[in-house]
Design a binder for this molecule. Structure first.
Ligand code: ATP
Length: 907
């Protein structure tokens, strides 16, 4: 282990050290670190010593507290008051059952909430950040939690700074420190020490944990981890509270609350009519009114809706769509436009160089994938590398102006880094160049990193004869525009013929190839730093490289699914328009012939853009700002827009869109934080799967509501009718609670697990402005409420008519209602489509489990003596049993006929 000076000063008590004022050498000496990073063994030892680089998690709410919170609910208050009053009146059985129901409700809520929170927390875990460090001299990506003092960290745009870092080298590095200082403008950083008494915001030699890199690159040594970071000290890190509510859930619990108030008012009026209008006994009327309230309140609704939402989130996670904010589940179901990046999302991002254009010479490159096997040919004839002028030079620039690494594991070739750069490394190997050897011949001294705004990357090199030069690669039209000369076939440099190069570019792009321009620029002797202005002109272009990046087959299928589902797919790419059109056509985009480029968009007024955005599906050579304008324009048409992004500059567009989708693999921390959803596999098909799940969740919520409300409706209509007519109650309050809490919730839970209906992606997106309970559903709820009421009353009155006692008649009424519920469950699984199909009749596992449980419970309600005495129920004969089931079937058939009539007349 390296001997460390002042070991005790790091990690645990670094407060004494004034890192920002110390020169870099002193920092290294103090921390026992090196520019090349720690060794793996040293890092492991320090990890043991200093612990994880994380802040102590906020203390979760205690279980007791969470349980107690379940009672904080208007509906439960109503039940508790009812329990109190029945207690005072001496109706002990009622009191205890009502209390038991409250407890049961709390337990269900408690368990479900716990599960949902766990799911969301596990999902957050998947998204925990990584950091780029040097360990044993190699760049590695490690979980940020494993960072230790002394680690050398590399920072790039979009990274969240993983710990407190003393910067040792920067390149145009700017960091947004608003989380720490409240300052909303990014701060320029520098490795030079600052004065010891500099305020936090002025310590430009430091990068603080929790802040965000907005531009440039940096490297530095970790000086504080975990709770010893500045943010750890002030403990200002957002205590992440798992929020389980969404607009719809809030809307529904508001609905339940309003309903409760209305019901209480109604109950009071009914009580008054009963006592003063009809002269009934106060006690009896009160019990009747309690049953009315209990009957009408949908006790289980909020719990069921939360469960349906949580199941949706879980299913989406299973399909690589990780939801960061719960409301996205709802919004996904309403998405009408998906704006997607091309490279890696719609295409495979497995690049292979296929052609090279060298000032008039079209060279074909053989081989596929990352294995460096394959030669070169011109006009169908193989050619040795040395016979192709310019090829070596082009390959050298491609290999050295490059950050990717090619390596072999178990005989297969793989790349670390950008696949396009990987493909260039493969090309160089095919041309016989060894990268390490070339790096020795042309060492790199500086870099202008790639960014999607400028679309090129440049590196500064020198050779051992004292020449300095810039190697550059980037978007070909950029490189052509920056070049004054071209490499001629004889090896000389002649003035560039732009037209010829642009024509060659178009030909390659039309074949769907992704094209890069490769150039160099001689620099004055002794140049050691590369400024942006050095690389904006005076280049010598050497050639164009064409790569294939085929569309993902699953993306082609997903685009077709979107079209069937009324969702428009728009491709917004940084690539060339010709390439974009060719790939767009292969993907089957609707209007693949028409394309708008970023510069064209820039030249358009908002009004013109508003018009164009409707019909154009391909946007090429776009900048991140274009994305923001496009989202806004699409939203102005009333579209619900999902937009993908990966870079730090994409964050505003992701935030602005209705569902911002960040790439899980290639995306930056900044993009992920701005997004509602993160794609685990960067795949377009996963977005469409998520939309499908989103629609399913919404359908299931609707089904649960349409299932639960008529039960309450039927019960309350029955009770109301009985009170107003002065008849005996067909069901007692306790029996109503039994139905609401046991069979209704049990059966409705099955709906939360429903799979998507087959037609789910064959209908247009839902209009988000439309309330969940609109025309058809309201009608259905009312209609079924009336049928339920008829069932309850019919069974009760019929039994009395046949000479049964009131208890038996009530037992029958309860059983009829439950039987109707079971058959209604089969019907509601397909809201508009027929349930009378083999698949429909078979049900699903959750449906069958729910029905079995309800059946067993219902049998015990009817035949088990202790339960009988609790609910005052009586055994019923087999004939009645058959009649009960027949009533259920009757309801099912009536609803099927209703569906047929609706389809026939309303369509
Ligand atoms: P999409 O936006 O669909 O992902 P893209 O990858 O082409 O497409 P950008 O990453 O913004 O979008 O790249 C824009 C252009 O910049 C590319 O078409 C290419 O010409 C050039 N380019 C991309 N990566 C590099 C790089 N590492 N070095 C040099 N030039 C690059």
């Amino acid at each position: 282990m390296t001997k460390r000076v002042g070991t005790t000063h790091t990690g645990s008590s670094d407060r004494q050290q004034i890192w920002h004022a110390m020169p870099v050498e002193v920092i290294h000496a103090t921390l026992g670190s090196r520019n090349a990073g720690l060794s793996r063994a040293e890092a492991a030892a320090r990890r043991m010593e200093y612990g994880p680089n994380s802040l102590p998690a906020p203390r979760p709410r205690s279980a007791m507290m969470r349980f107690a919170m379940q009672f904080h609910n208007l509906l439960i208050y109503v039940l508790l008051v009812a329990a109190g009053v029945t207690g005072v009146m001496g109706h002990w059985v009622d009191t205890s059952v009502i209390l038991a129901v409250c407890a049961l409700n709390a337990i269900i809520g408690f368990v479900q909430e716990g599960k949902a929170e766990e799911t969301l927390r596990a999902i957050r875990q998947i998204l925990s950040p990584h950091a780029a460090v040097l360990r044993d001299g190699h760049r590695q990506s490690i979980p940020a939690e494993d960072l230790v003092p002394g680690d050398v960290v590399l920072l790039e745009p979009g990274d969240r700074v993983p710990a407190d870092i003393r910067l040792t080298a920067v390149k145009s590095l700017r960091i947004l420190e608003s989380t720490l200082t409240g300052e909303s403008v990014a701060v320029s950083k520098s490795p030079d020490p600052v004065t010891a008494d500099a305020a936090l915001g002025d310590r430009v030699s430091m990068a603080f944990g929790g802040t965000m890199v907005s531009t440039g690159q940096g490297r530095g040594v970790v000086v504080g981890t975990g709770r010893n970071t500045e943010i750890g000290k002030i403990n200002a890190l957002l205590h992440e509270v798992v929020d389980l509510s969404t607009p719809l859930l809030r809307q529904m619990s508001q609905f339940a609350r309003t309903l409760t108030v209305v019901i209480l008012l109604l109950a009071t009026i009914v009580f008054a009519i009963g006592v003063w209008g009809q002269g009934l006994v106060v006690q009896e009327t009160f019990i009747a009114v309690v049953s009315l309230a209990v009957a009408a309140i949908p006790e289980g609704l909020p719990a069921i809706l939360t469960v349906a939402m949580a199941i949706g989130v879980q299913r989406m996670a299973g399909r690589n769509a990780i939801i960061r904010r719960l409301p996205a589940v709802e919004t996904l179901g309403a998405v009408s436009v998906i704006c997607s990046d091309k490279t890696g999302t719609l295409t495979r991002n497995e690049m292979t160089v296929q052609s090279i254009w060298l000032a008039g010479l079209h060279v074909k490159v053989d081989g596929i994938g990352y294995a460096p096997h394959g030669g070169f040919s011109i006009d169908g004839g193989d050619r040795p590398v040395d016979d192709i002028p310019g090829l070596i030079e082009l390959s050298r620039i491609a290999a050295l102006c490059n950050e990717a690494r090619l390596y072999q594991t178990d005989g297969t070739w793989q790349i670390a880094g950008d696949p396009m750069e990987g493909a260039l490394q493969v090309l160089a190997l095919k041309a016989g160049l060894d990268r390490t050897h070339e790096q020795g011949l042309f060492p790199r001294t500086d870099i202008v990193p790639f960014d999607s705004q400028h679309k090129f990357m440049a590196t500064l090199h020198h050779d051992h004869q004292g020449h300095d030069m810039v190697f550059i690669k980037g978007a070909p039209e950029k490189i052509i525009a920056m070049s004054t000369h071209e490499r001629a076939a004889d090896g000389g440099e002649i003035a560039i013929d732009d037209e010829k190069w642009l024509a060659a570019l178009d030909r390659l792009a039309e074949q769907g190839q992704r094209v890069l321009g490769i150039a160099f620029k001689p620099m004055p002797k002794g140049t050691t730093e590369l400024e942006f202005d050095d690389v904006t002109g005076g280049m010598v272009i050497v050639g164009l490289v064409g790569m294939i990046d085929p569309p993902r087959p699953e993306a082609i299928a997903a685009v077709a699914d979107c079209h069937a589902a009324g969702i428009r797919v728009k491709m917004i790419t940084g690539d060339h328009s010709g390439t974009a059109c060719a790939i767009g056509a292969q993907l089957g985009l609707e209007n693949a012939g028409a394309v708008l480029t970023g510069p064209q968009l820039d030249a358009m007024s908002d009004a013109e853009l508003h018009e164009c955005v409707r019909t154009t599906d391909i946007f090429a050579r776009t900048s991140p700002e274009n994305k923001l304008r496009l989202v806004t324009a699409l939203q102005a048409h009333g579209h619900v827009v999902a937009m993908t992004g990966d870079g730090v500059n994409d964050a505003p567009a992701l935030k602005r869109s209705d569902v911002g989708i960040a790439m899980g693999i290639s995306g930056t921390e900044a993009a992920k934080e701005a997004a509602e959803m993160v794609l685990g596999d960067d795949n377009f098909a996963s977005i469409v799967n998520a939309v499908r799940e989103g629609r399913t969740v919404y359908d299931n919520l609707k089904k649960a509501i349409v299932f639960l409300l008529p039960v309450n409706g039927g019960e309350s209509l029955g009770v109301l009718f009985a009170i107003l007519m002065g008849l005996s109650l067909p069901i007692t309050p306790l029996q109503i609670l039994w139905i609401n809490m046991v069979s209704s919730i049990g059966l409705a839970l099955a709906l939360a697990f429903e799979q998507a209906e087959e037609s789910i992606m064959n209908r247009p997106p839902r209009d988000r402005a439309q309330p969940i309970l609109s025309g058809f559903l309201l009608w259905r709820i009312l209609f079924v409420s009336c049928l339920f009421m008829a069932g309850i009353f019919g069974a009760f009155e019929m039994a009395l008519y046949l000479g049964e006692d009131v208890e038996t008649a009530r037992t029958l009424a309860v059983n009829v209602l439950v039987a109707m519920e079971v058959f209604y469950l089969f019907s509601v699984r397909y809201l508009a489509g027929s349930s009378l199909t083999v698949v429909g009749a078979m049900g699903t596992k959750p449906v069958l489990i729910a029905i079995t449980v309800v059946l067993v419970l219902q049998l015990s309600f009817t035949y088990l003596p202790p339960v009988q005495s609790l609910f005052d129920s009586r055994p019923v004969s087999i004939q009645y049993g058959i009649a009960i089931i027949a009533t259920g079937i009757g309801l099912f058939l009536v609803l099927e006929i209703e569906k047929i009539l609706r389809r026939h007349w309303i369509g």
